[in-house]
Design a protein around this ligand. Sequence first.
Ligand code: PLP
Length: 379
Amino acid sequence: MVDLQGQYQGIKETVDTSIAEILESAAFINGPYVHKFQESLEQYLGVKHVIPCANGTDALQIAMMGLGLEPGDEVITADFTFAATVEVIGLLRLTPVLVDVEPDTFNIDPVAIEKAITPKTKAIVPVHLFGQAANMDAIMEIAEKHNLYVIEDNAQGIGASYTFKDGTKKKTGTIGDVASTSFFPSKNLGCYGDGGAIFTNNDELAHTIRGIVNHGMYKRYHHDVVGVNSRLDSIQAAVLLAKLPKLDGYNEARRNTAKKYNEAFEGLSGIITPVTKQGCDGICDTCDCHVFHQYTLKIEGIDRDGLVQHLQGKGIPCGVYYPIPLHLQKAYADERYNEEDFTVTNQLVKEVISLPMHTELTEDQIDFITNAVIEFVTK
Ligand SMILES: *Cc1c(COP(=O)(O)O)cnc(C)c1O
């Protein structure tokens, strides 16, 4: 599904030199690379504050702690996402409110959000799933109307932009009150271990969060709030610093692959290729509205398990993200939920399949993959 060794070859010299330097200097934690990466990412995103931390799950949790959310507060998020999003809501004893997603973009459905709002609702967590921004026009409007925080889970969307109806364009993760991202190796901007970050334009919130990531300390050994220990180490920061200048190129490579997949599957009955929204009908050459963390097909009337087996038989990896709706997971099931409110997610879990997607796919590999899919579908 990913080719991290191939990508490493392109940055090997920089990464090796930086890591050797860190080993020599022994500045493993909070060394100069962490600060340099933080500043570079702030510049790239056009956001005032980036606070690095240990992983994307921590980033979400710390964002919620920073906003002062309290037990009993309701937080609305998507039923169709990676579990980390709902996990931290549960860990903080907040009340998760899972809602359905849109059938074409797989992203949280603004109509479902609005329906789920109660006097206890405090925040909305849109996930920019598979690399495409959620409908931020509608989400920001709902948040403003009901005085709710917006926490963007940007773990899959780094480098993507969202174009508002009025034409303004912003990078995902810089739109809501605060955002989280993950630098897990397979993410669009991945390090060689675990890593994450929180973004915000709010000075006060940034200050609060900088203390939270460091045991609640704003002055050494003065613990003003309950915090956590969540740091990005220098070696990971050096890897990220080497990759950041290449991120747009990496994302373009992903888009090009998506385009070739789309072309190969055009007109194939039962195969629905990813839908790119925000005024693009397809995948344009210049736009960055989708960064294809995953290339996910919907299949209709085709035996998905059979297709998975067919591809695996040819040595082609594929993935089903996600096979079970969160509201049906043991840890998150709740009597509050009605099945009729999750018709889209319940259907998607049966129809989605993600093909290999990374920055190193060759023309031949893409042909091999698409031919294998077509062979199964048309047999
Ligand atoms: C990967 C991911 C996370 C968690 O990131 P980690 O760094 O693995 O903790 C959170 N949300 C989404 C949507 C993700 O894809």
